[in-house]
Structures are given as C-alpha cells and as structure tokens.
Design a protein around this ligand. Structure first.
Ligand SMILES: *Cc1c(COP(=O)(O)O)cnc(C)c1O
Length: 507
C-alpha cells in the first residue's frame, strides 16, 4: 500500500468510526452472536494474494461489527466506563503513524519529554501533592503504564525490593530469600481482582481484609491484621487502598490507613482507577484526603477521563525504588543525557514504550480542565438522576450511590433481582451487571458512555421497570400515594386561591 492509497483507506476508516459513533445509540448494546461465530466467517488460511482495503473495510462491517459489545452506547451501564473521545482516537492514530519505540530518551526524545510534562499536567489537574510530580525538587515522578493491574503489580515489586534492602541494611546477616518468604500484603475484600492477582504474580500473600458495612477498609481492621501477622513472624510489606472500589465505588479512608502504613513502614499504594478522574473537580478532593501518606498513586485516564485504553497514570513519591527494582543495564541501552530526563524503561516491566502521552495531550488540550470537569459533573448528575428514579418506585431499593455508579435491587428475596437482571440482559437493549453489597444481590448501574444523556437514563430505567413489572406487579400503594399527593397539591392550590380571594375582597 502506498501513501496515496493510505490516504483513502485512512479517510474511509475515519468516516467509518464517525458513522459508528453517530449511530451507536440505535444499536442493541449486546451482540447476538454465539461463541465461535467468527471462525466460521473467515477462511481457514491467510489469503495467498493481498486484497484491497475496500474488502477489508467490508469485512469489518460483516464480521467484526456484529461481534462488538458497544461500550460507548449510551445504554451501556456495565462495569465502569472505558474512555473514548475523538481527540484520543486521533492521538492514537498519530502515535501509530510515528511508530517509534521509546525504550530510552534518545530512542525518541519527544516520547519521554511529552510524558514528563503530561504527567505533571495530570498531577496538577488532580491536585496531587507536589512530591509526586516530575517537576518537584524531590525524587518523585509520574509515568504512563498500560493498566491499573500493571501498576499494582509494579508497586508490589518495588515495595518488595525496598523492604528487603531496608531489612538487610539493619541486619546484613539476614537472608534475602528468608525475608521474601515472610512478606505479606493487604487490601480489602472489595478491591479489584487485579490486586489479588498482583499478590499471586509477585509471590506475596495478599490478604483480603473484610471491609465495613460501607465497603471501606478501616484502620482498626488493618492494624489488627498487621499485629496478627507480626506475631506470627511475618513481615507486612504492601497495602493497596482503594479510592472507588469496583463493586460500589467506596472510598477507603487514607487518613486512617496512611499513618498506620507510614508508622509500620509498609508501602501504601492507592488504586483510584475509576474514581481518580473525579479529583479534577475540587468538590470531590476531600475523598483523597491523606493521599500524602501514599508511596504510589494510580488512576486510569482510560476509564473516566476520555483517553482511550490504554493510559494508566502512575505516580511515585520516590522513583528510586522503581529504578532499583527494575534497572538492568546493557551496552546498547547506555544513557548519555546525564539524567536530565527519566529513563522510563526502569520504571516499568517492558523495554519498549508506546507514545501514549500524545493522546493524553490531545484530550487535555482539546477538552481543557473545564471540559473534563464538565464531563465528570454531568455523569455524576446522571447517576443522581437515576438514583431518584429508582427511589420513586417503592418496589426497589437503592443500596449505594457514589460518583457515576448506583447499585440497587428489588426489595425482598435475591431471586427477584436475579430474575430481573437475567430478563434485562437477555433483551440486550441495555447492559447492566450483577454485584454484591452486604451479602445481597444487587444490580450495578454505571454511567459509562460520554454520549449518555438524560433521555438514555430514562430509557434504561423504563427497560428495568417494565421487566420488573413481569416479576413484581406495579404496587397499588404507588397509585394511592400518587392520589394522596395529587389531592394534597389540589388542597394547597385551593387554599391559595381562597387566600387570594380573601385578600382581594378585603381590598
Ligand atoms: C478497573 C479497575 C482496575 C483494573 O484496571 P485495568 O487498567 O484494567 O487493569 C483496578 N482497580 C479498580 C478499582 C478498577 O476500577
């Protein structure tokens, strides 16, 4: 394919994406394909001679499109959002076009340098403590990683190296393997599955401590676990606190957990994968109070901040601990820029790096701080609106509501809500998923797509309500309530009218 053909193919692809997004509201959220559908649509062998780009686009429409789950449909309310915006898509495209691999500063200086500046912009957007920023005097800094899972794992590896070094410095007689065998990590039973996975990958038992009735890990539970383990001769090493848990978007209290970790010399990592974006709005920053106690902090710009997957922002208070854990030198990697810019390969697992800062820059530049704040507030507003709708139907109860996530259920036995969820998902008009809260089965309803508007929330609620009608009859009291309300309103009106008449007569 030459550049001339690329121009045509590329433009046609951009049109295809724009058409897709413009018509996404009218598509069923969930595809109607069966497992294995795709294999039957493609030849068993690669084509011997190349085909035209037109055929490729036709194939996309015929083979891929029917098997897509439409994450950006305004009626997609499952999981948490995954970001998407036109500026980010273009950033991704340019990054592919430049096609460099940023394995060191010199391998593409703009890669490293834009990332440094973007991570400072982003840190300031969230109002993170200065210590975490690349532009601070100290050893802190930020980097873009692929996912929150990766970040949690990297934090664990850094914490492990640090703990081993610290203990060996105190007692050189100790054996590294003995120390490593005794390390233990903590998080709450509400944390993301990736946190437990990081413990598995990093060979460090990850204790899932019971959260309180609000879904938070309390200081007293953490302290009790630490004491138990120390009494057994274990070495507490790593705590993952969560700002915005996956099941209910609960916020651990860092002012409680932070001082404990600092005092016990345990690395505190803060996972704010979804909710971190909300800290762009000053009114939500109280929820990250105590973040100054953390050793590392992470949020996914690719979740709620309009930057396409993957773009997970990680900051550390002291990058030395990452470098010490990950630095492997080779002659072909020799750095010759005298430490003026970070060598990000020492902060991550892979050697190569994508130009992810570009799409982040496009989003920050084109939306601006105002645009991002507006997006967050709009989505939280829609979740609040949904919550009100649920509360007006006495068959339902709202269980939690935080940021863009509401969990709710039909009152009574869990089986009612389970049936409702099964019915709704089968119809594929909207997509919601199950959750648990305080041992009860709930439906999670998240505002995900940046395209979601009030009319879509109305639509989704109606879908839920009409399916509920087939399980629990619309309650009569509802109507009685309505009649009483209307009656009261009428009485008020007539009182007002009488009052007006009276004043007019007395004139
Ligand atoms: C989504 C999520 C994760 C996992 O994010 P990835 O980037 O997909 O690894 C981790 N923690 C929390 C709280 C999340 O919401």
């Amino acid at each position: 394919m030459d550049a001339q053909e690329f121009r045509q193919f590329g433009k046609a692809a951009v049109d295809y994406i724009a058409d897709y997004i413009e018509t996404i509201r009218d598509r069923p959220v969930l595809p109607s394909v069966e497992p294995g559908y795709l294999g039957d649509l493609l030849p068993k062998d690669p084509p011997k001679t190349g085909e035209s780009w037109q055929e490729v686009l036709q194939d996309v429409d015929r083979i891929i499109m029917p098997g897509l789950t439409h994450w950006h449909s305004p009626k997609f309310h499952a999981y948490y959002p995954t970001a998407n915006s036109f500026p980010a898509v273009v950033g991704e495209m340019l990054s592919a076009g430049f096609g460099c691999v940023g394995l060191s500063w010199v391998s593409s200086p703009a890669y490293t340098e834009l990332e440094v500046v973007m991570m400072n912009w982003l840190g300031k957007l969230l109002n993170l403590p200065e210590d975490f920023l690349n532009c601070s005097e100290g050893p802190g800094g930020g980097i873009i990683q692929g996912s929150a899972s990766e970040v949690t794992f990297i934090g664990l590896l850094a914490a492990k190296e640090k703990k081993v070094k610290d203990l060996l410095a105190i007692d050189p007689e100790l054996k590294e393997a003995d120390i490593k065998g005794k390390l233990v990590a903590y998080t709450s039973d509400q944390s993301n599955s990736s946190v437990e996975k990081s413990g598995l990958l990093g060979s460090m038992p990850m204790r899932l401590l019971p959260a309180d009735e609000n879904g938070k890990l309390t200081g007293s539970i953490l302290l009790q676990a630490i004491r138990e383990d120390k009494a057994k001769g274990l070495i507490p090493c790593y705590v993952v606190a969560c700002l915005g848990t996956t099941p209910t978007c609960a916020f651990d209290d860092l002012t409680e957990l932070g001082p404990i970790c600092n005092k016990e010399e345990i690395w505190l990592h803060v996972d704010a994968a979804y909710a971190g974006t909300a800290f762009a709005c000053p009114e939500y920053r109280y929820l990250m109070e105590g973040v100054e106690f953390a050793d590392s902090f992470n949020f996914n710009a690719h979740k709620w901040m309009l930057v396409n997957f993957d773009c997970s922002a990680m900051w550390v208070k002291n990058a030395k601990y990452l470098v010490e854990a990950f630095n492997v030198q080779r002659i072909y990697l020799k750095d010759n820029h005298k430490g003026l810019a970070p060598e990000y390969r020492h902060w991550q697992i892979s050697l190569g790096r994508r130009f992810r800062a570009l799409k982040l820059w496009f989003v920050l530049k084109i939306y601006g701080v105002d645009g991002i704040q507006k997006h967050v507030r709009h989505q939280i507003g829609l979740a609040k609106y949904f919550e009100e709708l649920v509360e007006q139907d006495s068959r339902f109860e709202v269980c939690t509501s935080s940021m863009g996530l509401v969990t709710f259920r039909l009152k009574g036995d869990d089986r009612l809500t389970e049936t409702l969820l099964a019915k709704v998902d089968q119809r594929k008009n909207i997509f919601v998923i199950a959750g648990h809260f305080n041992k009860k089965f709930v439906i999670r309803f998240a505002i995900c797509s940046r395209l979601t508007e009030k009319c879509d929330v109305d639509y989704s609620w109606k879908e839920l309500q009409t399916q509920a009608d087939e399980i629990v009859a619309p309650k009569l009291e509802l109507n009685t309530e309505m009649i009483i309300k209307k009656g009261l309103a009428a009485i008020k009106l007539s009182d007002a009218a009488t009052e007006t008449l009276r004043t007019e007569r007395s004139k």
